[in-house]
Design a protein around this ligand. Sequence first.
Ligand code: COA
Length: 260
Amino acid sequence: MNFQNLKYESRNHIAYVTINRPEKLNALNMAVMEELRTAFTAIKADADIRVAILTGSGEKAFVAGADIGELSKHNTVSAKEYTHVGQSVLDLIENLGKPVIACVNGFALGGGCELAMACTMRIASENAKLGQPEVKLGIMAGYGGTQRLPRLVGKGRAMQILLTADTISATEAHRIGLVNEVVPQGDLIKRAEEIAAKIISNAPLAIQFTMEAVNHGMDMALREGLYLEATLFGVCCATEDKNEGTKAFLEKRAANFTGK
Ligand code: COA
């Protein structure tokens, strides 16, 4: 796939998507958002790809936010549409049916922090800095920050980050659960690949249904979420991979999953 603002490659069942505007600290303009939509739509459709790794180009930034130059030109109607479009791309990433690991390799501010939060998990480099500085610009988070941040770190901490516009360190982000792990910058992709390899060794449909249960269940009352879990558990038990996984255990051998 050829892109103007992304680098894209795939190997060993992993798609590597790198936002590539380092001179603008990988800020998200509409061209980047549309290319992300194209890339992740293709990843979703490609059964050979099991995990995606998303990062930013260079050593300074994952994504330093929505492109402020573009933002400055919006009026009421276009800003509302701009937000819907951005939210739909992040929704595609969150509900891809395959894990997306964000490698947060520097600044993840505003839309960058929101993009990372839409990913399935986040690994940060030691130099990463995260925050939602929108209120400093007279705007507010618009790519899901007011919704995903409290779900990840709790309401009080989310309010503090959203209202102070403070930038927090990777260590602090780890302490509050905003990122899963912190590693030296040079180890970031390697660590994501280690996690990806473990996921890839498991049954693809079981991974997909687990993600559906967590993502949809978070929007439900406990009783409804448990009902969804039981239903998806039943669907898992109708797959060939369930027969293979349980048989392989009983025969004391590695399972050979086919995603069926
Ligand atoms: N949108 C558009 N351009 C951006 C950008 C953004 N969100 N963030 C950085 N850039 C551009 C800068 O304008 C600069 O471009 P220039 O060289 O053409 O002037 C370039 O990226 C490098 O950024 P610079 O500010 O010089 O780097 P720095 O190391 O001094 O500061 C930041 C880094 C991240 C602290 C600073 O760039 C910043 O505050 N960015 C905006 C963050 C933000 O508010 N994001 C939320 C937007 S809703």
